[in-house]
Design a protein around this ligand. Structure first.
Ligand SMILES: [Zn+2]
Ligand SMILES: [Zn+2]
Length: 324
């Protein structure tokens, strides 16, 4: 197959340097990482450096609702021989019940409709943060929106409010803050805007990205209703390899049985089996960068799907502004 490789589409893709070395299949990959552009602890350039240290030659940067870190990570990675695949992760609601995260791989980072859709989502997220801080203030907590805002380099999320609460002496750590103040029924909770999973798939396809269902093992009715519906909307990948290799830190770990089940589903629905560590940094997520083996063929298949996406007619999608 590789001797028949057709490179004609390569130069059309701004995310792929013309350098032929960039076309060599990577061997050590992590397709799920976060930086300070969303809620990760390391700046994009630092993340690329850590990836190099961890022996990775490709990472996908999938910050929540933003591709703002991609250029910096790519520039830093290029100097070290670490390729950075542009991506994004979008939180959604599954058809009225339950949560699902949709990953977009190989999106065009500066795509105009992607920018518009993601900035609307960030805006809604920010307004939710403001509502939560306001509720906490009314309940007597001495924290301010300015304090919370200063803790986030990019999009504000509940982790930043949690850190403001820790700084104010109201909680011992992030999970303590979530459990006591920031979950349903607690004084600082406000519900988020409910983006449907199929609309997230459409947002990613509109940027000619590869929509992938993240960490799906715990999703109810995955085989019978969720996958059929998302595949109909244009889903192309399923995160089958997830969590740390080290069983001592078994948080979120997908064991062999789970992986085999998910890979079987990916085959059945003709989805690309992806995976990664969901690295956020040591204090936020116990998974080491590169800590989960992901078959590098996933990268090849994502690239093939990207080239097919570039060749098809545009599927422009703009999310309507919700009334809140
Ligand atoms: Zn996620
Ligand atoms: Zn994630």
């Amino acid at each position: 197959m590789s001797s028949q490789r057709d490179d004609s589409g390569a130069s059309a893709d701004p995310a792929d340097p013309a350098d032929p070395a960039a076309r060599t299949p990577p061997r050590h990959v992590d397709l799920h990482t976060h930086s300070t552009a969303s809620d990760g602890l390391y700046a994009p350039a630092e993340l690329a450096r850590l990836a190099h240290e961890a022996g990775l030659d490709l990472i996908a940067l999938v910050d929540h609702d933003t591709t703002a870190g991609v250029t910096e990570a790519q520039a830093a990675g290029q100097a070290l021989g670490v390729r950075v695949m542009p991506g994004v992760e979008i939180n959604t609601t599954l058809f009225g019940a339950g949560d699902a995260h949709i990953l977009g791989y190989e999106v065009t980072p500066d795509d105009a409709s992607l920018d518009r859709n993601l900035s609307l989502l960030r805006d809604l997220r920010e307004r939710r943060g403001e509502r939560m801080v306001e509720k906490l203030r009314v309940a007597g907590f001495e924290i301010s929106w300015e304090q919370v805002r200063a803790l986030a380099d990019g999009t504000v999320g509940r982790p930043h409010i949690a850190r403001a609460l820790i700084n104010g002496g109201y909680a011992t750590d992030v999970s303590d803050a979530f459990a006591r103040y920031l979950t349903p029924g607690k004084p600082g909770f406000s519900p988020r805007y409910k983006l449907s999973a199929d609309d997230a798939v459409r947002i990613i396809r509109s940027a000619r990205g590869i929509a992938t269902l993240a960490h799906p093992a715990a999703i109810a009715d995955l085989e019978t209703s969720v996958l059929p519906r998302l595949v109909a909307a244009g889903l192309q990948g399923l995160e089958c390899y997830y969590g740390p290799r080290n069983e001592a830190t078994s948080y979120g770990y997908y064991d062999d049985t789970t992986v085999a089940w998910l890979v079987g589903l990916a085959d059945r629905f003709e989805l690309i089996a992806t995976g990664g560590s969901d690295y956020h940094g040591p204090r936020m997520h116990p998974t080491p960068l590169g800590g989960r083996y992901v078959p590098p063929v996933a990268v090849t298949r994502l690239r093939e799907a990207r080239e097919a996406a570039l060749a098809r007619p545009a599927e422009e999608f703009i999310l309507p502004t919700p009334e809140l």
